[in-house]
Design a protein around this ligand. Structure first.
Ligand SMILES: Cc1cc2nc3c(=O)[nH]c(=O)nc-3n(C[C@H](O)[C@H](O)[C@H](O)COP(=O)(O)O)c2cc1C
Length: 170
């Protein structure tokens, strides 16, 4: 029986080039709802997400995130921040990121995680209070090229053991 969630996990790749085409409103809505619906430790939801769609702001983001200049060409982006005082904020926000990436790919919208902390410039520019840490920025858009599911991963047995470390799966 086909498992659509697994297929989404299997085929998703980092997409860094986007078509110059807007995303439908319902698709964008699903992406932020996926973040909103994500589980967090003790259900504290210690996060905030800023949806950015104005071209000038997307360009600004592209200039602020050193490892994500291509955000400038995305149809939309989400800034992901978590409350600094939350012990689990980093994990909770990371899980919300994965929800958004998978939900987007389920609609054939490409994305990628850019940045990893040290995004104080983004926090200030987009008006997030200093009680938040910006974890990353996710650009979204229809992929410019066909995305072929060619993942480069370590062999399964190198990263998964059965029962005890080092025992391969049969
Ligand atoms: C925590 C994290 C941070 C990342 N940061 C960046 C980044 O700043 N810029 C970028 O282009 N890609 C970034 N990536 C994407 C990874 O480089 C990419 O997912 C990885 O090389 C595997 O490629 P694939 O997703 O196409 O299989 C990041 C991914 C993760 C999980």
């Amino acid at each position: 029986m086909a498992n659509e969630v697994f297929e989404t996990v299997r085929t998703i790749l980092a997409v860094r080039e986007y078509q110059d085409k807007p995303l439908p409103e319902d698709v964008v809505r699903r992406i932020v709802e996926a973040a909103h619906l994500t589980a967090s430790a003790s259900n504290t939801q210690p996060w905030h997400f800023v949806l950015v769609r104005e071209r000038e702001r997307l360009r600004k983001l592209g200039s602020l995130v050193r490892t994500g200049p291509y955000i400038a060409n995305a149809a939309a982006a989400v800034i992901v921040a978590y409350e600094k005082q939350s012990r689990t904020g980093l994990s909770d926000a990371s899980r919300a990121i994965q929800s958004m990436l998978l939900a987007a790919w389920g609609d054939r919208v490409g994305s990628n995680w850019t940045g990893f902390g040290s995004l104080e410039n983004v926090r200030i520019e987009f008006g997030l209070p200093d009680t938040y840490e910006v974890l990353g920025v996710l650009p979204f858009g229809y992929p410019k090229r066909k995305v072929i599911g060619n993942k480069k991963r370590k062999p399964l047995d190198e990263v998964v053991s059965a029962e005890r470390f080092g025992t391969p799966l049969t």
